[in-house]
Design a protein around this ligand. Structure first.
Ligand code: UDP
Ligand code: MG
Length: 308
């Protein structure tokens, strides 16, 4: 095996980007021998056909196709599992991750001795205002809640050594939040600041709903603090209710006040009901993950392969 570098590229409905990214990489990385591992995450368009066409022309292209859409995290996992080289890059297929940065990444690992070199975006141009606002809030929240720090603007564009890849593969959790996983494994990390670009072709597959799910994933996968929040908040509310109860008893027994008290009763009932539902919801998030983990289902199924 002559190559030392593999580039893992998850792709979901990216038929127009496969050729583009291939050409960009070929153009940028002339001096480096590299292999591309395309992971077609159950696309509904011709993404896999495009990959197959490339694999027939170029021996350094390797493609796998999932039996259905399993999500980007599963696609990254599959790509990492298939990789055999000493260095592995993970990048998106929509050209939002500038290929020229790979030179600097390789240098960071080979010459400067880092284990991971990843990118951090300085601007969010190309993203709608609301999305970048929510994203900032999300990083604040997760870093407050979790011991695993995640840098704001850190992207899923990184290079890592075999040692890091093997560590990441050892984490067999079903719900994979890769930003957290890459931070959790540790090692020496270097951040390169890059501009982010607008997607060239197609549209982002993230909806508001899927981003919210992703955010919950990030928090729940790496922190049990929300569970404690339920306990702490529950305790505070219980103490307050108890004090209020004493006040009510005093008012009725000693002051002889028999007030209608409808408003306050409803307020307390609704408030407590809300808190209870919230706490149950939080617990439910953890239980559902435990449930999925216990089933030990595979992360994905590979339906087709091309290249070698
Ligand atoms: N992707 C994937 N499976 C999915 C959704 C996305 O493999 O279910 C890939 C997608 O093809 C792209 C990368 O993950 O290469 C990032 O997706 P996207 O551009 O939609 O996300 P964003 O850049 O907005 O974070
Ligand atoms: Mg994108």
């Amino acid at each position: 095996m002559s190559e030392i570098l593999s580039i893992v590229i998850p792709a979901y409905n990216e038929e127009n980007n496969i050729n583009l990214i291939y050409q960009e990489l070929k153009k940028e990385l002339k001096e480096i021998e590299f292999k591309i591992i395309f992971v077609d995450d159950g696309s509904k368009d011709c993404t896999y056909d495009k990959i197959q066409e490339l694999a027939e022309k170029d021996n350094n292209i390797f493609g796998i196709s999932f039996s259905r859409n399993f999500g980007k995290e599963a696609a990254i996992l599959a790509g990492l599992k298939e990789s055999k080289t000493e260095l592995v890059v993970v990048m998106d297929s929509d050209l939002q991750h500038p290929p020229e940065v790979i030179h600097e990444m390789v240098k960071g690992v080979v010459e400067e001795g880092y284990d991971i070199v990843t990118t951090k975006r300085i601007s969010r141009k190309g993203d709608p205002y609301f999305k970048s606002f929510m994203s900032k809030k999300f990083y604040k929240l997760i870093n407050r809640l979790s011991d695993t720090k995640i840098v704001d603007g850190a992207q899923d564009f990184r290079i890592m050594t075999r040692q890091v890849v093997n560590s990441v593969l050892e984490l067999d959790e079903y719900h994979r939040f890769s930003k957290g996983i890459f931070s959790w494994v540790g090692y020496d990390v270097k951040y390169i600041e890059v501009d982010s670009y607008k997607r060239i072709e197609g549209k982002s597959s993230w909806s508001f709903w899927s981003l919210s799910k992703y955010a919950i994933e990030g928090v729940v996968s790496f922190s049990t603090r929300p569970l404690r929040f339920a306990t702490v908040f529950g305790s505070i509310v219980s103490v307050l209710s108890f004090l209020y109860l004493i006040q009510v008893i005093i008012e009725v027994l000693i002051l002889g006040k028999i007030a209608p008290g409808y408003a306050s009763t409803i307020a307390v009932v609704l408030f407590l009901g809300g808190i209870q539902l919230l706490a149950l919801g939080i617990i439910g998030e953890y239980i559902s993950r435990t449930y999925m983990q216990v089933k030990k289902r595979p992360h994905y199924f590979i339906k087709k392969r091309c290249g070698k």
